[in-house]
Design a protein around this ligand. Structure first.
Ligand SMILES: [Zn+2]
Length: 200
């Protein structure tokens, strides 16, 4: 298990529900400027990404004279004027529930709750992540009602499990029926999933 730190996230690789998939997209440019089709090379990690790029250098028919790039790109220029452009790709997916860790990738439900509710339950650093409905309710200390879901997202709950159908059809008590403060609901909503096997 490796821990990779980025500016906005931190995740474990090679565990159920989380994956960090590396790849390199390569385009060769001949001395006259004609570009090849791009080729995608999958890699197991950053080391293999560098090995793939090194392999292109080793197979080139002309000596390498210049390397330019960044963390996510490499532009190789050879003595004969040909070039190789490399784009380094890292795709991160992590569909685990923040609390119980269940893998939420195999979902058949989809729902959104109001931002003010989500923000009250989840610290800022974790707001792009996911909670199963049971763990969200545990954090809130109560069960959800129809007033907690974002209006206009009913199409997302077409395949709702019994647990979600129950919450969607449950009227809020009078003290929670009032609209949230102006402006609170204007932003984008965070998407949460929970799997049908978690129905309660
Ligand atoms: Zn959970």
């Amino acid at each position: 298990m490796g821990l990779i730190r980025g500016e906005r996230f931190e995740y474990e690789s090679n565990v159920d529900g989380a994956a960090a998939d590396w790849a390199v997209r390569v385009v060769t440019v001949d001395p006259t400027g004609v570009r090849s089709e791009s080729v995608l090379h999958r890699a197991s990690g950053q080391l293999e990404v560098e090995q793939i790029i090194d392999g292109h250098v080793a197979r080139a028919s002309s000596p390498l004279v210049r390397v330019a790039g960044s963390l996510w790109s490499r532009d190789l220029t050879f003595a004969d004027g040909s070039r190789i452009e490399c784009w380094i790709i890292l795709e991160v997916s992590d569909w685990r529930c923040l609390d119980c860790g269940i893998d939420l990738r195999h979902v058949d439900e989809y729902y959104m709750v109001r931002d003010d509710l989500w923000n009250s339950a989840v610290v800022e650093f974790d707001r792009h992540r996911h909670l199963c409905i049971g763990c969200l309710e545990s954090r809130l200390g109560r069960e959800l009602t129809n007033a907690d879901f974002r209006p206009g997202t009913e199409h997302l709950t077409r395949r709702a499990t019994p647990r979600l159908r129950d919450r969607l059809g449950r009227a809020a008590p009078p003290d929670r029926r009032s609209a949230p403060p102006a402006g609170v609901d204007d932003g984008g909503y965070v998407v949460r999933y929970f799997p049908s096997t978690e129905s309660r």
